[in-house]
Design a protein around this ligand. Structure first.
Ligand SMILES: [Zn+2]
Length: 247
């Protein structure tokens, strides 16, 4: 079984924000423990009290909110985010990040949350399909943060099996998405950091965090499948999705 943990970033409705983002990480069941442990060690090494209660949320760490205010240097807090993202290297086997970047004005007639969710689910399903071609008879599950800012995501998850999507039914995803408390699993916190890294790069022009993970998105045959960047066709972009689709 592969589990895709996802979280969102940005606001679909705020006109001051150009993009909406979903980020995620797909782990084979045996890989979950290793990433969880690596992140637990990282929070312990911050030296902050009660590390088990520290949540890794990108915007809180960078802004120094909540317990993170005890780490005074913004540079030190940036390092925590980068180091946490780099923990993907501790899992054995290929790493498979997923992400969707939606420039909202590029799809004016569509709900960006629905578009992004469809893209992410579809790309995860395609990944599972590819695994089956390679002899791995595995199915997948999607896990989301239950306190996601976008309540639209919760509605979409509820409609997941109802069908009627323009992109057809998911073939290899075993059940409706499950919601978890982000305090209970470090992996959903990792998904938050992936979404945050996308937000920092595409909304703020700060690619420091994205550069840590840019080669970790699901790819096959030199084509990046795990990242989708919906944008105006005539705008230049150096992201792995756009770079592997140059014509
Ligand atoms: Zn791009």
């Amino acid at each position: 079984m592969y589990i895709l943990y996802i979280d969102d970033s940005g606001s679909a409705r705020n006109p001051n924000e150009k993009h909406f983002f979903l980020g995620g990480i797909a782990l084979f069941e045996r890989q979950i423990y290793h990433l969880d442990q690596a992140l637990e060690v990282l929070v312990t090494e911050t030296g902050l009290p009660e590390p088990q209660k520290l949540e890794l949320h990108g915007n809180e760490i960078l802004a120094g909110r909540k317990k993170w205010r005890q780490i005074r240097g913004r540079g030190d807090r940036r390092t925590i985010i980068s180091d946490a993202l780099a923990k993907i290297s501790t899992i054995r086997g290929p790493s498979r990040l997923f992400g969707v970047v939606v420039e909202k004005t590029a799809i004016p007639d569509r709900d960006p949350v629905e578009f992004a969710f469809e893209q992410l689910c579809s790309r995860f399903d395609q990944f599972l399909s590819r695994q089956r071609h390679d002899g791995q008879d595995q199915r997948g599950l999607i896990v989301m943060d239950k306190s996601t800012r976008e309540t639209r995501l919760q509605a979409l998850a509820a409609e997941f099996r109802a069908g009627g999507h323009s992109w057809g039914q998911m073939k290899w995803i075993a059940d409706v998405p499950f919601f978890v408390d982000s305090r209970a699993t470090r992996i959903i916190q990792y998904a938050d950091l992936v979404a945050y890294a996308l937000w920092r790069k595409f909304e703020c022009g700060d690619s420091e965090f994205f550069d840590v993970i840019r080669d970790r998105f699901d790819a096959s045959g030199g084509v990046v499948h795990g990242l989708h960047h919906e944008r105006y066709a005539n705008s230049a972009c150096d992201c792995p999705y756009c770079q592997t689709r140059r014509t």
